[in-house]
Design a protein around this ligand. Sequence first.
Ligand SMILES: Nc1ncnc2c1ncn2[C@@H]1O[C@H](COP(=O)(O)OP(=O)(O)OP(=O)(O)O)[C@@H](O)[C@H]1O
Ligand code: SF4
Ligand SMILES: [Mg+2]
Length: 331
Amino acid sequence: MSAPVLEVRDLTTVLNLAQGPVEVVRGVSLDVGAGETVGLVGESGCGKTMAMLSVMGLHPQPPAEIVAGEVIVGGRDIRKLSEEERRMVRGAQVAMVYQDPMTSLNPLMRIGDQIGEVLVAHGRSADEARNRTVEILGQVGIPQPRRAAESYPHEYSGGMRQRAMIAMALALHPQVLIADEPTTALDVTIQQQIITLVTDLQQAMGMAVIWVTHDLGVVARVAERILVMYGGHIVERGPTDQVFRDPEHPYTAGLLESIPRVRGAERHPLRQIPGAPPDPTHQPTGCPFHPRCPNAVEKCVSEMPPLTERGGADHAEHWAACWVPPEEWVA
Ligand SMILES: Nc1ncnc2c1ncn2[C@@H]1O[C@H](COP(=O)(O)OP(=O)(O)OP(=O)(O)O)[C@@H](O)[C@H]1O
Ligand code: SF4
Ligand SMILES: [Mg+2]
């Protein structure tokens, strides 16, 4: 990996609920190298969005609160900066395309004014902001960008709104883009166009991308490395091809079983992982996956396995949090 542009260390976020604090992001650590593409995957409710919003310092407060950890951007822990300084890092160094379009687009403001406002807040003159807005709308493939800048979000189609959100996130040339499920609400053709667009812009601008998704197919296509999240923890991480070939965590193996794959002439039947991810208010003891894991042993119920490096020269930088090695798995 090239020098990290984003380093997250032991980030822990709780929801302060009536019954007390409940952890939804549990000691998450990750590094992202310059220009690199990382996939963050996991079923719904595993804490992907909350982890990424916490990185941005945009977790919903209340009820969410970061109680531990560091987020290092450009050598500085942005958690220690003032809100004003953090605002400068957001957008200019790390930017996010949100899962919910309405989180970032104001329905009452023209698209061009919204992008321009971000640029002006980061010190651009009104003229520079106007020119850059038209330029970036063109770069994300919005036709007639000068005219489009005058439109309101509701005048855009879903695909165009997505492009406008990407334009807003990229207006300041960030080093890292966090793209949270930017494609799930769109039809397959538009999804493909958005993925291609982000990949092209990434190459043109040299930025790193964290793709947050349920879709392992997307990760296989775009990401060099994969992070698998379950119950608020990163349970496996490593080079995408290696993790796909030799998963070291039963949850990852289960996710891989549930995507259509053709191996040689053999078609594998689709298998879903039975059950659902834990509700954070009722976290299981020990390994959070144990109630659903076919390979669980007694220790799994009482002790959380640490994330450890897996052996072998061909497993470099492949880490997993599981007590039972794959050769002892029963399923
Ligand atoms: N604003 C909020 N208030 C209270 N709880 C929340 C809030 N946002 C998320 N949660 C809870 O935090 C946990 C993690 O949610 P999160 O949205 O991070 O999951 P996710 O992995 O992004 O899921 P999805 O794939 O559906 O987007 C879930 O249990 C969710 O119910
Ligand atoms: S630690 Fe145990 S329960 Fe958890 S994934 Fe590994 S085998 Fe399954
Ligand atoms: Mg989410």
